[in-house]
Design a protein around this ligand. Structure first.
Ligand code: DQA
Length: 142
């Protein structure tokens, strides 16, 4: 099983940005945590982070025929990007949407998720553990 973990804009700033919402773990801490989890589960994992919408589309397209699953936190593009939705639909790879914060309890503009329409599951408000839960879902379907 090969899983691509994609993080969108400002997630490289984890640990620095708004710790009340996103915690104190850095982006590197997040990658190490996911790597350790995947090792115990026998999952091959790859990572991609970008602040640019088109680059995220390219990363999703690049997973076609290569990856068995995608875990994506599209950051603010969650709430604006039809291009990311279409990219996930295009490749047809099982995809789980993750948000570190509990978006449903935040501002009105965070209540829309375009990409959700193409995702098998959405995990919110579980901190960085949400990424591990997403990987387990792709592995076990729950
Ligand atoms: C986020 C929530 C988004 O609304 C926000 O723009 C982010 C992070 C989260 O992980 O909780 O950048 O996706």
């Amino acid at each position: 099983m090969k899983i691509l973990v994609i993080n969108g804009p400002n997630l490289n700033m984890l640990g620095i940005r708004e710790p009340d919402h996103y915690g104190k773990e850095t982006y590197e801490d997040l990658l190490n945590k996911i790597k350790a989890h995947c090792q115990t589960k026998g999952v091959e994992v790859a990572f991609y982070q970008s602040n640019h919408e088109g680059d995220l589309v390219d990363a999703i397209q690049g997973a076609y025929g290569v990856m068995d699953g995608i875990v994506i936190n599209p950051g603010a593009y969650t709430h604006t990007s039809i291009a990311l939705l279409d990219a996930v639909k295009s490749v047809g790879i099982p995809t789980v949407e993750v948000h570190i914060s509990k978006v449903e309890e935040r501002e009105e503009f965070r209540q829309i998720s375009y990409i959700r329409l193409a995702c098998a599951k959405t995990i919110t408000g579980r901190g960085t553990d949400g990424y591990l839960m997403a990987i387990d879902f792709l592995l076990n379907g729950k």
